[in-house]
Design a protein around this ligand. Structure first.
Ligand code: ZN
Ligand code: ZN
Ligand code: ZN
Length: 359
């Protein structure tokens, strides 16, 4: 059994969970290394105190083996009932935990197959494992960060006045692959007023000379780890001084947060350090989202850097520091780095200039 599975089994025992059931998704991939597709036939990891087994359709045994799954694989045929099979493997469990993203149809089918068991969510348990990265995971995140930095460094090849956000975005997407990702997760090119919408993607708006452009991009590398970095650009002219002053405040806030983050401080206090600076400059109500999110095999995972999250940072936690200021109808700005908590501070995984980049 792999070390991760062993830790999952121990943690489950500590929480009084008799069986942990995990269907395809990031948790399954993390625990088994198997990036199974979420198809209509059931694939389900079954972790009990006695053993760990992977239930897969007969026709997918070869795929699971090819992924290097290191445990007993139990298959079922086209006309068998996979839920009865899982119930059989679980035995008489009192508490069954299911992954947070399991399809409702499967949860109900499992409940029907195990009418005596109580069902709880198992996502937190797996998240507690995933939140602290192993050295190999930190290395993979560092490579992802370097890959997205190379894309930002090439922005001058594509971002020009007279081109649409969509045209620029298509070029960026190609470069995300060319620079070492296997998949493009998102491309945000927010020009002028579109920059004021944090999750704007691209549009047919034509980029104007001298207007600020927010570029937030990320992908997944072949190792399965995600990148995510935001920088602010202006092409073909000078931006409004009001914007420049605002970006300066944002830069100070983001810098202060990077200086402050270290083991033992809470996630919410990292948020507060930046929010205070932005509020004192009069933009408090324009920082309309949390400071950041954890990152690993998923772009958004724990720990969330947000007010109310008293989680203390620990070495190995990876997360974004991405304060933003958004002035509806005018412009917006966000500066985003992925960082990893170390023994005495943080390692910053994105290292292109955080100043306004003039193209
Ligand atoms: Zn986001
Ligand atoms: Zn982010
Ligand atoms: Zn981002």
């Amino acid at each position: 059994m792999t070390e991760r599975l062993d830790r999952a089994r121990i943690l489950a025992g500590q929480h009084g969970i008799d069986a942990l059931l995990v269907t395809p998704g990031a948790d399954l991939r993390y625990l088994t290394g198997y990036a199974a597709k979420p198809l209509e036939r059931l694939t389900c990891l079954v972790v009990t105190q006695l053993r760990v087994q992977l239930v897969v359709p007969e026709l997918e045994r070869a795929a699971a083996e090819a992924a290097g799954v290191d445990m007993e694989i139990v298959t079922f045929g086209e006309t068998d009932d996979p839920f009865a099979l899982v119930a059989d493997l679980v035995g008489n469990a009192e508490i069954v935990a299911v992954d947070d993203h399991m399809w409702a149809s499967r949860v109900f089918a499992l409940q029907e197959a195990m009418p005596e068991a109580g069902f709880v969510l198992g996502g937190q348990l797996v998240s507690d494992l995933r939140v602290v990265k192993e050295q190999s995971e930190v290395d993979a995140l560092r490579a992802a960060g370097a890959a997205i930095d190379r894309v930002h460094a090439r922005m001058g090849e594509w971002l020009r006045p007279g081109r649409t956000e969509r045209e620029v975005g298509a070029d960026i997407a190609r470069a995300i692959i060319d620079e070492g990702h296997e998949q493009v997760d998102f491309v945000i090119v927010g020009s002028g007023p579109n920059g004021a919408s944090p999750h704007h993607e691209v549009s047919d708006r034509v980029i104007q000379a001298g207007e600020p452009v927010v570029v937030d991009i990320g992908g997944t590398t072949p190792a399965g780890y995600c990148s995510d970095s935001t920088r602010n650009y202006v092409a073909g002219g000078e931006p409004d001084p009001g914007y420049v002053a605002m970006l300066e405040v944002l830069k100070q806030a983001q810098h202060a947060q990077r200086e402050y983050a270290r083991p033992g401080v809470t996630a919410e206090s990292v948020d507060a350090v930046g929010r205070r600076i932005i509020a004192e400059a009069g933009y408090g109500d324009r920082f309309i989202h949390r400071t950041g999110h954890g990152i690993g095999q998923e772009t958004h995972e724990e720990p969330y850097i947000v007010e109310g999250n008293g989680t203390e940072l620990e070495p190995g936690m990876a997360f974004s520091i991405e304060p933003g200021i958004y002035v509806a109808g005018q412009w917006g700005a966000r500066i985003e780095d992925i960082v990893v908590c170390t023994e005495d501070g943080i390692e910053v995984l994105n290292n292109t200039p955080r100043d306004l980049v003039r193209l």
